[in-house]
Write a protein that binds this ligand. Structure first.
Ligand SMILES: Nc1nc2c(c(=O)[nH]1)N[C@H]1C(S)=C(S)[C@@H](COP(=O)(O)O)O[C@H]1N2
Ligand SMILES: [Mo]
Length: 201
């Protein structure tokens, strides 16, 4: 079967084992939660000197950013040039002081979904919390009011409906990470499944 021209053009842009789509599939465990801007909040907690709670209004007052990145789902679809709008994690993190022992980040979402990252990967300069996509508010199914965007890792790390960010000393696996997905999830080395993990890590 002939591949679409864009795949041929952007070969080194498409991670191994992925195909390109211009659709924006919805991959969710459970329905999109209802959003009440008067009650919604975002918490930064755990290994921080002072926990932080931001209302929807306060979140929207943080410095805004847009960023165009590719998205790679472990189920093998990739979508190029997503224009995300929101807040860079590095700007949000100016509002808290981490304790020196913090090494891992646990993302907690409305509906019970979770995912884990190393602190270094969470603090990477392309990681953001987004409320907009391609010029519109995110569709609720895609994570409105707020989703994480981690361009360098498979899509399951880009948690939708984020409500809390917990900084921790030790790593702990999130929703998909305990259900057979890789703890790290680098699409370029195809870290798809937990059985691929190096027991030494
Ligand atoms: N809260 C929550 N976030 C989630 C998921 C989910 O089921 N629940 N699915 C993940 C997976 S597997 C992928 S590939 C992306 C998909 O994002 P999309 O539905 O906007 O395409 O969201 C991730 N974030
Ligand atoms: Mo996914």
């Amino acid at each position: 079967m002939a591949k679409p021209p864009s795949v041929m053009d952007g070969k080194d842009r498409l991670p191994p084992g992925q195909y390109l789509t211009t659709q924006f599939p919805v991959l969710s465990y459970g329905p999109a939660p209802k959003f009440n801007p008067a009650k919604w909040d975002l918490r930064l907690m755990g290994m921080v000197e002072e926990p932080l709670r931001l209302t929807w209004e306060q979140l929207r007052e943080l410095p805004r950013a847009t960023q165009v990145t590719d998205f790679h789902c472990v189920t093998t679809w990739s979508r190029y040039d997503n224009r995300w709008e929101g807040v860079m994690v590095r700007d949000l993190m100016r509002r808290v002081k981490l304790k020196p022992d913090a090494g891992y980040v646990f993302i907690l979402c409305d509906g019970g979904y979770t995912t884990n990252l190393t602190l270094a990967e969470f603090l990477d300069d392309d990681v953001m919390l987004a409320w907009g996509h391609d010029g519109h508010d995110l569709h609720p199914d895609h994570g409105f009011p707020l989703r994480l965007v981690v361009p360098k890792l498979y899509g399951w790390k880009s948690a939708k409906w984020v409500r809390a960010i917990e900084f921790a000393i030790n790593d702990r696996r999130g929703f998909w990470e305990v259900r057979g997905y890789h703890n790290h999830g680098d699409p370029w080395t195809e870290e798809r499944y937990s059985f691929q993990e190096d027991p030494e890590d």
